[in-house]
Design a protein around this ligand. Sequence first.
Ligand code: CA
Length: 228
Amino acid sequence: MGRVLLVEDDVAIAAPLARALEREGHEVQLAQLGQEAIDSMRKGKQDLLILDLGLPDIDGLEVCRTIRASDPRLPILILTARGSEMDVVVGLEMGADDYVSKPFRAKELMARIRSLLRRGQVDHANTLRVQDVILDADARKAFVGDRELNLSRMEFDLLHALMKEHGNTIARERLMREVWHTHWYGSSKTLDMHVSWLRRKLGDSASDSRYISTVRGVGLRFETHPGN
Ligand code: CA
């Protein structure tokens, strides 16, 4: 899920596409002019730009170049009726990450959007978002929704280690090594205690875990979706 700026002057394309994006949980902002797109990129943070090339005011390639110059990491997908190889090359040179020609199949476009957003998340690896938990590694802050968590250093590092690889079970030995910088000498009491404190602060429970699951005999897993 992300904030998507959709720049497309053809309402017959923009409206259904915006609806499809919203169905997937994205927040969509629409722009019909290139200048509008540039202005709104300057104002607010977006996670993805979908950009038509044939715009009524500024050429889409110029819009792409301008936005890329001010935000080197924003994923940009060009959407256009110009499908020639030359346009593809120029578009990519202007800083676009991907290119879809009209007419496009909605399914394929959605798959590409998902992949671009995933890549964007990896690039912004200092902020992790899994379920409604947000962890800002630079600021060393963590939130459940709007509620900031008051975590000790070890609890924070443990949460970070688990969230970084959410969906995967991480061996207890590895967590001990990465969080406590220690080798494994039998007792896992320290880890267990911190997991239980962390769960309490997250509002999670061991018996009915929403965030952190224990995989017996193996390790721990931060769930990508609640109730796994
Ligand atoms: Ca157009």
